[in-house]
Write a protein that binds this ligand. Structure first.
Ligand SMILES: [Zn+2]
Length: 491
């Protein structure tokens, strides 16, 4: 069977919870972890005679995603009822968009094997979430309807994804996009993103192509599960075709399967439903959605530059590495802050180093983002400039930065009060050199006698001078003085 050529075809359906304060069709707040059934009203409980009213914010956020995914926005769309019966859906239908999704025919470019790959977006539509069945009490199932009516955007791709890794990248890039746009918190812990990959493979054997039936893996809630489930399905389907050459699309049913994370396998759930099983029909209680030029223009002006484009610009315009640009553009507010710091006239080389090496660490330690540290662009710019003119060393800048979120003092005032202003006084420097040369005779000998080791040895000695000076020595001056002294010793 070594002549088999395998081409996986993977499409993704992704539910993204929109970051609105209230639900899609009522005023109940959307709140994770609230007391069960405390965020409900007659509308989201599905009482007879109530009238749903659309949350306009959910439309704004969805249009923003549609534009970011290069979609066409449907100017006239509507709401449809998708009928099914389940305890977590008391009104027996879910309000969704069937034949007129809000956005359609777009694409999303993702990095793959060193270049960009374009994954086509078939559609993105808005729908309400159902409640939650809770099975942790023996002998009964409890129903929590706090989640019922929460706005979701369902994004559906074409089957353009060709590996589990590519699907993983798509999902993480999409998470980055929606959090960047402020459209969703994108928290996996809170279930803000749920993934359903559709998977089948083309098996090419002796010049003939066979397509296996399509499997939809339901309700994955982590990036890792997306990757593992797709990898597993590709192998399972190829093995299935090898064992039974009639295991092909049309001859065997498409299936819904679930992911068993403990056993790391997919398990059969049921044959895949066709759309008519849901008896979709237009919701008579809701007016259609009309999106005019003015509305579209307003959203377009709010979402000017998307993260991938901005990352590219940071590399080209500021000379950042891909990795540094990635870190700084990870959220929009941090990227905005970075550019505001540069606007103060601070040098980009030092500012970018301080963002990646100093501010990021401080933000991580405080479980927040760089933009949320409470240090404004002006003070960040000052700290970078202090390093540039040599008032403080890069190491001392680190210590000063640690204090900055908790005080309104300028970096210069902190440098003074913390005794970190660099000493350029030759006498003081010579004293530190005496101490370091005496304590490190072997390194000094290496520097004098082993040319290959010289620069490493000098670097070590300079580090020691910085240490004994408590970070106050000017590292440039220290290096010069060390080289001078070694030269004298060798004469
Ligand atoms: Zn409600």
């Amino acid at each position: 069977m070594s002549t088999l050529k395998i081409t996986p075809l993977v499409g993704l359906e992704i539910h993204v919870q929109l970051a609105t304060r209230s639900k899609l069709f009522c005023n109940c707040t959307v709140e994770f972890g609230a007391k069960p059934n405390s965020r409900v009203c007659p509308v989201c409980l599905g009482m007879p005679g109530v009238l749903p009213v659309i949350n306009k914010r959910a439309l704004d956020l969805s249009i923003a995603v549609g534009l970011a995914l290069n979609c066409r926005i449907t100017r006239h769309s509507k709401w449809d009822r998708k009928s099914y019966y389940y305890p977590d859906l008391p009104k027996n239908y879910q309000i969704s968009q069937y034949d007129l999704p809000l956005a359609h025919d777009g694409y999303f470019e993702i990095p793959s094997n060193g270049s960009m790959r374009r994954i086509r977006i078939r559609r993105a539509h808005i729908e309400e979430d159902a409640g939650k069945n809770i099975h942790d009490t023996p002998g009964c199932t409890l129903v929590d309807l706090n989640r019922a009516g929460t706005p979701l955007l369902e994004i559906v791709t074409e089957p353009d994804i060709s590996s589990a890794n590519e699907a993983h990248t798509f999902c993480t890039e999409l998470q980055r996009l929606v959090t960047y746009l402020g459209v969703s918190e994108g928290s996996m812990q809170k279930g803000h993103m749920r993934f359903e990959p559709n998977i089948n493979v083309i098996v090419e054997h002796s010049g003939v192509e066979y397509r296996t039936p399509i499997v939809e893996v339901k309700n994955l809630n982590s990036f890792r599960a997306v990757r593992s489930a797709i990898d597993y399905e590709i192998s399972r389907q190829v093995a299935g075709w090898e064992a039974d050459n009639d295991y092909v699309l049309g001859n065997r049913p498409n299936e819904n399967r679930g992911w068993n994370d403990t056993r790391q396998v997919t398990e059969f759930q049921r044959p895949k439903e066709a759309a008519h099983d849901y008896r979709y029909f237009p919701d008579p209680d809701l007016v259609p959605v009309e999106i005019d030029d003015h509305w579209l223009q307003r959203i377009r002006s709010e979402v000017t530059e998307f993260p991938l484009a901005r990352r590219g610009r940071f590399v080209a315009q500021y000379g950042l590495t891909d990795a540094d640009a990635d870190t700084i553009v990870s959220d929009r507010a941090t990227a905005d802050l970075f550019e505001a710091v540069l606007d103060t006239g601070a040098p980009v080389s030092i500012v970018s180093k301080q963002f990646v090496n100093i501010w990021l660490k401080i933000a991580n330690a405080r479980h927040t983002t760089m933009a949320q540290l409470g240090v404004d662009a002006r003070r960040m710019g000052e700290l970078a400039s202090l390093v540039q003119v040599g008032t403080v060393s890069p190491t001392a800048a680190n210590q000063i930065a640690e204090r900055m979120p908790d005080t309104a003092d300028t970096p210069e005032a902190l440098a003074n009060s913390m005794g970190l202003v660099q000493v350029q006084d030759i006498k003081a420097m010579e004293k530190w050199l005496d101490e370091v040369f005496a304590a490190n005779e072997r390194t000094v000998q290496d520097a004098l006698t082993k040319p290959k080791k010289a620069s490493g040895s000098i670097g070590f000695l300079r580090g020691q001078v910085m240490r004994v000076s408590g970070g106050k020595a000017d590292p440039g001056l220290a290096g010069e003085l060390i080289e001078e002294r070694l030269k004298k010793m060798s004469e």
